[in-house]
Design a binder for this molecule. Structure first.
Ligand code: ZN
Length: 133
């Protein structure tokens, strides 16, 4: 999603990283599956590295494409696991309405906050002020 029109008329844009009004949602039903898959990706590499055996390390990294570095390849695999299970959530900066992505589709459903205002609930700065209370 790069743009989402809110019911209040505001257009929520997602064209850069580190947005204070965006969060990722991992459904509890897939959380264990997600971590199991991350573990399956890391286990052979960690075991090979711990062994110190260069042949074992080469074999563990053998599935990687020769044109990319092992670090980039592993990062890509982990990111892929994450991206395929996460849904996006946006908070409208005008009305505070939450927009939750339905499954992996392009559809979003909205939820109206009690205060009827933007609360910056996904902003790191907002979370820090909560901790001081
Ligand atoms: Zn809105």
């Amino acid at each position: 999603m790069s743009k989402l029109g809110c019911k209040c008329g505001h257009v929520i844009t997602d064209q850069t990283d580190s947005l204070p009004y965006k969060a990722s949602l991992l459904r509890d039903e897939v959380e264990n599956e997600c971590w199991d898959e991350v573990h399956r990706e890391l286990k052979p590499l960690v075991e090979a590295a711990e062994s110190g055996d260069k042949a074992a390390i080469a074999e563990a990294f053998g599935g990687f494409a020769p044109w990319s570095s092992a670090t980039d390849e592993l990062q890509g695999r982990i990111a892929s696991i994450y991206i395929h299970r996460m849904s996006n959530v946006y908070e409208c900066q005008n009305c505070g309405r939450l927009w939750v992505q339905k499954d992996a589709s392009d559809r979003f459903v909205s939820y109206v906050p009690e205060e009827d205002a933007y609360g910056a609930i996904f902003s790191v700065a907002s979370g820090e002020s909560e901790k001081r209370d």
